[in-house]
Design a protein around this ligand. Structure first.
Ligand code: F0G
Length: 477
């Protein structure tokens, strides 16, 4: 008898289906809800586990035998795999494969050795936010420069093993870059739908470099999603947007990695940027599973930060009737320029379940936070910087206290959107109206961070004189 390693459960009406029953748009036919992957051990209390085996056994509803992962053995195994030369062990996603048994053949997973991203401390940003210390999990240090790689290795491996030839996504640029790369590795054909003129060049170039069929639609991200939704109904194309629940299985692994990097201590608060709102849900699932399996003693809060111009979840959060109204999105943080987020219900329940918060931040606040993260020698793309900008607000509101351990999820690499960075440092980013909104103190903060390049004639004495006058200005602390 074949034992299923996992099922799909609708997050709205709780209907459970087998993996082969899911429709091409990954929506529940009854309620249009999104699915999540569930495992035989998903609802088992930690107490049934034996202390020294990797797994213990339980009987499922049809008397088939299932294995329940054991926490201390898992911790040891995950660490051991770091010194292995096998590709699946070197991947920071598949290293945790015991908690994502979603593929039939491990030897055929499509991996670029994603994950294993650094956890940096940001002492100056901590000070700016009013905290004793602050950490950043830099998911921009993945092979294609964003957190999307962790999800793409999972879902693309599923697509390849199920025999699809074509994969597709609508994207603000990072999903498409990751999908194009992993599809190329797998030898699959990929189609990218991106909003014309509204994504960063670095991301567009990646999709071309990795050989995707790239279609720039004259619409926004939400319009691209609509068109792709029509397409997958008519052609055998595997949809790789984050409605695909296998993406989230990969994207939950940074939660495992983070607590492992903190010696199995749990931070008090995780801060995530919010766009289509799947990543917050994925990390929340990761923490919930670790808690449920006894790997961690409690769960952290997860707060979501949106850009003011693309803030449907924030509006839902402050609305006393809790009604979700899509918005027409506009922000320079193009990765999160999304007005009708597919996974908003999943994100909303993560906020409610884990006791987090939702905030919005202005364009000026995003730019300042991005420059502050850059000045720590870390850097990130604008959408990632909303985390620091939002954290400052959460501290001011008393939602985060000085001594709490906070981890910012930096989702994309600074080189993803170098045009933004150059415009900021040349003081060409803000409109006059935006500049006028800055207080004198904020202007001074921006001025201290800006490092525009200067152009000089190739004259040694001129260079020397210029350096001397520059060195007389003290560096900000
Ligand atoms: N940060 C970056 C750098 C992103 O690219 C995205 C989403 C997010 C944050 C938001 O994550 O959607 O899970 O809430 N980018 C998608 C894309 C939409 O197409 O690349 P989310």
């Amino acid at each position: 008898m074949r034992v299923e390693t996992h099922h799909l459960r609708c997050t709205e009406c709780a209907t459970v289906i087998t993996k082969d029953e899911v429709s091409s748009n990954f929506r529940c036919p009854q309620c249009h809800g999104l699915y999540e992957v569930v495992y035989p051990w998903s609802a088992i209390p930690p107490a049934v586990q034996a202390p020294n085996q990797t797994t213990s056994q339980i009987s499922g509803p049809t008397n088939e035998v299932h294995r329940v992962p054991n926490p201390s053995a898992l911790r040891w195994l995950w660490q051991e795999r770091r010194s292995s030369t096998m590709a699946v062990d070197q991947s920071g996603v598949w290293r945790f494969r015991d908690l994502l048994p979603i593929v039939d053949d491990l030897e055929k997973v499509i991996t670029l050795r994603e994950g294993n991203t650094p956890l940096y401390d940001l002492p100056r940003c901590a000070k700016a936010a009013g905290l004793d210390w602050l950490l950043a999990k830099h998911q921009g240090m993945n092979p294609t420069g964003s957190f999307k790689d962790t999800g793409m290795t999972a879902a693309l491996s599923v697509a390849a093993q199920r025999g699809f030839d074509w994969v597709a996504c609508a994207s603000t640029g990072n999903t498409s870059a990751a999908m194009a790369a992993y599809a190329a590795r797998a030898g699959l054909r990929s189609i990218v739908f991106i909003p014309e003129g509204k994504i960063a060049w670095g991301k567009l170039s990646q999709s071309m470099d990795y050989g995707a069929f790239t279609i720039q639609l004259r619409t926004d991200f939400d319009g691209c999603v609509k068109i792709l939704g029509e397409l997958v109904k008519q052609f055998p194309i595997y949809l790789l947007n984050s409605v695909n629940p296998y993406r989230l299985e990969g994207q939950k692994t940074p939660a495992f990695e983070m607590v492992e990097q903190m010696d199995w201590q749990v931070p008090e608060h995780i801060i995530v940027p919010g766009g289509n709102l799947a990543n917050s849900a994925a990390l929340g699932k990761g923490f919930s599973e670790m808690f449920q399996l006894g790997l961690i003693p409690r769960k952290p809060k997860i707060s979501i930060i949106q850009a003011h111009g693309a803030n449907p979840l924030y509006r839902w959060f402050i609305d006393s009737n809790r009604i979700m109204n899509p918005v027409t999105a506009d922000t320079r943080a193009t990765a999160i320029r999304i007005g009708n987020p597919a996974s908003w219900r999943k994100a909303a329940s993560i906020i409610d379940e884990l006791g987090g918060w939702c905030e919005e931040v202005s364009e000026q606040e995003i730019a300042l936070a991005k420059a502050e993260i850059g000045a720590e020698g870390v850097g990130c793309e604008p959408a990632s910087a909303v985390t620091l900008a939002g954290l400052k607000k959460l501290v001011a509101l008393g939602k985060v206290t000085r001594e709490e351990r906070v981890v910012l999820i930096l989702t994309g690499h600074t080189l993803k959107d170098s045009a933004y960075t150059i415009d900021y440092h040349r003081d060409e980013l803000f409109t006059d109206a935006e500049r006028a909104q800055l207080s004198p103190a904020e202007r001074a903060q921006h001025a201290a961070l800006r490092k525009p390049p200067i152009v000089l004639d190739a004259d040694a004495s001129l260079v020397l004189r210029t350096l001397e006058s520059h060195m007389q200005h003290p560096q900000p602390a």
